[in-house]
Design a protein around this ligand. Structure first.
Ligand code: G3P
Ligand code: CA
Length: 279
């Protein structure tokens, strides 16, 4: 009789264990709701499917297409002017060469961005951040990526000064993103009302770290995203914004992100993402 009772207990133990494992598995197969009601669409470097990246025309197209915010990368010239440029050098996107931090604004303005759309070469000036603000003022939202200049947080002060000048120091109009915590910490001191996003490099996402920081938004490359990660961040009330480094898989990756209820998309194709999210 004693042996029978023991056997029953062992069987019960394994049933409970099995149910627990199945239950856990089901939980991780269901995406939790996102933090925002409607996911946001960020025009990644403007409307790069239509015109040269990081140019005023590209941002005008993005604004017309109804992006929720214009995404832009900052670089600082030798004479401390903030320009809109993704790379450390102007080599890839313009007809010039050299590191932005080694060139003055006058040097930068000698060159033009170069693209190729519909078989035609397209050219346009490299814009400063101020020129972007002069173009759009507070009619658009800006999602600005800061970075260190030669290892130092040097662009944050001039950025905040410009935001003040153009009355953009409110969180509804501007959000800041960076891979650099040093830069975000400086921004938090200089402009405590702005929402800050900590970005993680592709292949370097660290969930423990993302959950431990105070920043309300986490930025991840799509190939690092999975349901466990997104659910864990959503449980903590953090928004997740996803960027896409592979143009060939961007659309299929965005479909996957939709199923996970991510909160924001850095997209190279605003119309596609809009249609996807409205479906
Ligand atoms: O800003 C998010 C995303 O844009 C980061 O990637 O390299 O395009 O700036 P990157
Ligand atoms: Ca960026």
């Amino acid at each position: 009789m004693k042996l029978l009772t023991r056997k029953i207990w062992i069987v019960l133990f394994f049933i409970v264990l099995l149910l627990g494992l199945i239950g856990f598995d089901i939980k991780e197969k269901e995406a939790l709701p996102g933090v925002v009601d409607k996911p946001k669409i960020f025009a990644h470097r403007g409307a790069t499917d239509s015109f040269n990246e990081s140019t005023i025309t590209s941002y005008k197209i993005a604004a017309k297409n109804g992006a929720d915010a214009l995404e832009l990368d900052l670089r600082m010239t030798e004479d401390d002017v903030l320009i809109i440029m993704h790379d450390e050098t102007i080599d890839r996107t313009t007809n010039g060469k050299g590191k932005v931090s080694d060139l003055s604004l006058k040097d930068i303005k000698k060159y033009e961005t170069i693209g190729n759309y519909n078989g035609k070469t397209t050219k346009e000036a490299i814009p400063t951040l101020e020129e972007l603000f002069q173009t759009f003022g507070d009619t658009q939202r800006y999602y600005i990526e800061t970075r260190l200049v030669n290892g130092e947080a040097m662009m944050e002060k001039p950025l905040v000064n410009l935001l003040k000048t153009y009355n953009l120091l409110e969180k509804e109009k501007v959000a800041i993103q960076s891979f650099s915590e040093k830069s975000l910490e400086k921004m938090a001191k200089l402009a405590p009302d702005l929402r800050l996003t900590l970005l993680f490099k592709k292949g370097k996402f660290n969930l423990k770290k993302a959950l431990s920081v105070d920043y309300p938004v986490i930025g991840i490359e799509s190939s690092d995203v999975n349901i466990k990660t997104i659910n864990a961040l959503h449980k903590q009330g953090k928004e997740v914004h996803v960027f896409f480094y592979d143009a060939d898989t961007m659309e299929s990756e965005q479909k996957k992100m939709k199923a996970l209820n991510v909160d924001g998309y850095f997209t190279d194709n605003i119309s596609f993402t809009k249609e996807l999210l409205n479906r």
